[in-house]
Design a protein around this ligand. Structure first.
Ligand code: FAQ
Length: 325
């Protein structure tokens, strides 16, 4: 009912309403769920927040893979907490998306049928314990770079979810870096594993920011609406600039011979990822796409009885209330 109300109000995009809406965005006001919004704004948010939520949920799988094999009790507790945090992030984001008139069930069905995406990065395997370091350091590092500006995004529920998520992501990034520190200061074999993890995760991490600006279909409109605060290339550059000195500190080599600090620009020059690999992963041909989706499908199917029981319980409660009135 609430969902229908939001939809029907938002469908007519008349120029006066659009101009007033844009003026609110330009003035830095937050848009709240019951406010009028253009249909395109609502749809773009559902796409981006939904994709983000799915990424957090699917993103538990590569690290969940290592919980039972963590080298110490402390590492295991940290990793367990991190993976649980990612589940929590998914839930905050599904809640934010629900305020736009789409149900969580709908979003999950769109993910499972391939109509909605999740981040390309989670289609890569985690082969060794060093990958837990690389994921925390690079994947959470890239996620923070993208998400810190989103705390100022124009849609209130999304911006507020992001504040909480960012606090937790910085712990994740630190625990990843801490694992890398331990590996590089360990045996030569452990250092080799850390280098190997960096070699495998570097370009997939760069791809997380999305296609280059000239190929980004949504950036211009999303930035006008302050759904995105920076372009994909701006954030990728910022990530490289911050991560290159960290790799040097670890004594590791970023797998890019062209990576150099450009004295004129103050930024690192670097080699772009292989975009054909990115498009392949998006077309479901990455190393783990099939495995990831079958794990999500199984979880959805196995959880059906819980969802049915919750609905039955709510209905019974409602019927009892009606009978008592
Ligand atoms: N993977 O026009 P643009 C995390 C798609 S959270 C897959 O530039 P846009 C935490 C894009 O959807 C990681 N698809 O798109 C964690 C569009 O296709 P569509 C997720 C991608 O939306 C850590 C098409 O390409 N973070 O990691 C990707 O303006 C560790 C054209 O692209 C977010 O979702 C990609 N990498 O910009 C969890 C942050 N890039 O939809 C566990 C919020 C692009 O038209 C463990 N999202 N595409 O079919 C955003 O900031 C944006 O959506 C971008 C993409 C920047 C990802």
């Amino acid at each position: 009912m609430y969902a229908q109300m939001i939809k029907s109000e938002a469908t007519e995009d008349d120029p006066e309403k659009l101009a007033a809406f844009q003026a609110r965005i330009d003035a830095g006001e937050k848009i709240e769920p019951k406010d009028w919004m253009p249909e395109g704004y609502r749809k773009t948010l559902i796409r981006q927040i939904g994709q983000h939520a799915h990424s957090e949920i699917v993103g538990q799988l590569p690290e969940g893979n290592w919980i039972t094999r963590a080298p110490t009790l402390e590492r295991k507790a940290n990793l367990l907490a991190k993976v649980q945090d990612e589940a929590g992030h998914g839930l905050y984001l599904y809640c934010a998306a629900e305020t736009l008139g789409v149900s969580r069930d709908d979003l999950t069905e769109q993910l499972l049928s391939g109509r909605m995406k999740y981040s390309s990065i989670f289609n890569y395997p985690t082969l060794t314990w060093a990958d837990m370091g690389a994921v925390g350091w690079l994947v959470d590092g890239a996620a923070i770079m993208n998400q810190v500006p989103l705390q100022r995004t124009s849609y209130g529920p999304y911006a507020r979810a992001m504040v909480r998520i960012c606090k937790e992501e910085s712990f994740h990034q630190r625990q990843g870096f801490h694992i890398m520190m331990a590996m590089v200061n360990g045996t030569p074999e452990q250092k080799r594993m850390a280098q190997d993890a960096l070699n495998r995760f570097w370009y997939p991490a760069l791809m997380m920011f999305g296609p280059s600006d000239k190929d980004s279909v949504h950036s211009a409109q999303s930035m006008k609406w302050r759904i995105k605060m920076n372009t994909n290339d701006e954030l990728r550059q910022k990530f490289v600039d911050e991560t290159a000195p960290q790799a040097a500190y670890l004594g590791l080599t970023i797998p890019d011979e062209a990576l150099t600090l450009n004295e004129d620009t103050g930024h690192y020059d670097f080699t772009q990822p292989d975009w054909s690999e990115f498009h392949d992963v998006l077309a479901d041909n990455g190393p783990c796409n099939v495995e990831r989706m079958s794990a999500r499908q199984k979880a959805w199917d196995d959880g059906a009885w819980v969802r049915d029981a919750m609905v039955a319980h709510a209905e019974k409660k409602r019927a009892r209330k009606v009978a008592a009135e």
